[in-house]
Each structure stands twice: as C-alpha cells, then as structure tokens.
Ligand binder design. Structure first.
Ligand SMILES: N[C@@H](CCC(=O)N[C@@H](CS)C(=O)NCC(=O)O)C(=O)O
Length: 258
C-alpha cells in the first residue's frame, strides 16, 4: 500500500468541497475519486462540464475503509478514478471521460469535435498529453538535486512548447473547450507545485502557454473541482522527495509510463 501521510487532509478542500457536498445523493453514476488525484480530476471536470448527475465518493487509497473495499471489488487494479454505472465499473481517466460523452450524448457541451478529422487530431493531442506531458511532469516532481531538476525542467519546458505552439486559443482547438483541455487541465492547475518547489515559470515556456494556462485554470468546471493548492503541494511531499511508492511514482523512477 502506498505511503500514508497522517497530516494530509482526507477530503477535498477549497472550492472543491462544495462540489463534493452537492453530489452526495445516489445517482446512476458513482464517481470513485480521490480529491488530490490529477487523473480523478479529468473525469470530475467532465462530469461538471456536462452537468451529468453523479454521486462523489472519496476513496482513500492510503487508508482502507468500506468505500475502499467496494472500490477494489469493482476495480481490482486499485487505481482511482473509477466510474460505476449500473453496477459495472470503468477505470482509466481518459477512457471513462470518453464514456461520459458516449453514454450521455444529450449532455452539452460536446467535448470531442463533430468533424472526424478534427476528432482524430484532438485524440492525437490527448495522447501527447498522456504519453509526453504527464511523464515529464512526474519526472520533474521526482527529480533530486539541482542539476537533475534543471535538466528535467528544461525538458518539461520543451515538451510544453510543442503543445503550446499549436494552441489556437483561447482553448487548444480554438473556441471549443475539448478533451485535450480536460486531459491537461489537472496538470495546469498543479504546475504551482513545480513553481514553488522546482523553479518552473509559465512564462519560460512562452507567453502563449501562460495565456492558455490562465484560461484553462479559470474554466468553472476546473475551478469547482480544485482543492486548495497548499493541500495539493502537501500531497506531493513524498513525490518531491522521490519517496512515493504509488504505481506512477515507481514507473517514473524506472523510466516507464503507466
Ligand atoms: N492511468 C490512470 C492513472 C491513475 C492513477 O495513477 N491514480 C493514482 C492516484 S492519482 C492511484 O490510484 N494510485 C494508487 C497506486 O498507485 O497504488 C488513469 O489515467 O486513470
């Protein structure tokens, strides 16, 4: 079981706590979530964005209780988030967000473009977020020593610039807020961890990135699902010391993705 920090808050804080409180009644969807988790955040943004009814259930993967036992039963991989729908469950944040669009076609806004080519193009960039941006984010968080941190920071800047150059503005695809923005938004709001602890500056990536990041972090669905940044920074403590033993932390150490 991953390392547990007993002083860490066990529930959402800040704006996100109100959203949790507003979603306690049973619904067709139960969202098994952890307040600090960037992958959880993607599905949560999607649910809020599309105004789909859901029950939020906090899963503490560090301290097992009844919620956790049920979660593990329906989702044996044990990674949050999991989405429970009519007694069946889906894991993997990017897959369950797609499911929401397919299962609730009437729920607006649509997060995939209607045009087939545009949709494939959006998928390419969701894939880039998952395979290039997210691993580089964790490499920078877990990098130890100034030299390695500087190298990881430069690498992260470079990877973000490739993405930022293609931002049409205000969102990645232009006027439409899409799954590309959903995929990256949790890592945009969590870049304060890098700013405070790793010397990262948005402006170093470029002005276009800075403007995009400021737009994404102000999106109401993102604001409503984000806890206080001090709590998020505290959550990353073991990662910042490279002591975390979660699957993603281990994969990062071994140079793999999960
Ligand atoms: N690829 C997964 C990653 C999910 C993930 O790594 N979740 C973390 C919390 S942020 C987790 O459940 N870790 C538990 C563990 O590693 O044992 C997704 O996109 O949903």
């Amino acid at each position: 079981m991953p390392m547990y920090d007993p002083t860490l808050t066990q529930h959402a804080t800040g704006a996100a706590i109100k959203t949790v409180e507003a979603h306690q009644d049973p619904q067709e969807i139960t969202y098994h979530a952890s307040w600090y988790c960037p992958f959880t955040h993607r599905g949560w943004i999607t649910l809020e964005e599309k105004n789909i009814p859901y029950q939020y259930r906090e899963i503490n993967i560090y301290k097992h209780d009844e919620n956790y036992d049920h979660f593990l039963e329906i989702n044996p991989k044990g990674l949050v988030p999991a989405l429970e729908y009519h007694g069946k469950a889906l894991g993997e944040s990017l897959i369950l967000t797609e499911f929401l669009e397919d299962a609730y076609p009437e729920a607006q806004p649509a997060l995939w473009p209607a045009d087939a080519f545009e949709r494939a193009y959006a998928r390419l960039w969701v894939d880039y977020v998952a395979k290039s941006i997210v691993p580089a984010y964790f490499r920078l968080i877990q990098a130890q020593g100034e030299e390695r941190q500087a190298a990881a920071r430069e690498e992260y800047y470079k990877i973000l610039r490739t993405f930022a150059d293609l931002v049409k503005g205000p969102y990645f695809l232009g006027e439409q807020f899409s799954f590309v923005d959903v995929a990256i938004a949790p890592f945009v709001v969590r870049d304060t961890v890098l700013k405070v602890k790793r010397g990262y500056e948005r402006a170093e990536v470029g002005e276009k990135w800075k403007a995009y990041a400021e737009t994404v972090e102000k999106r109401p669905s993102v604001v409503k699902t984000t806890s206080n940044i001090e709590d998020i920074i505290q959550f990353y403590g073991p990662y910042l010391r490279d002591e975390a033993d979660s699957q993603i932390a281990k994969a990062t150490r071994q140079g793999n993705a999960i």
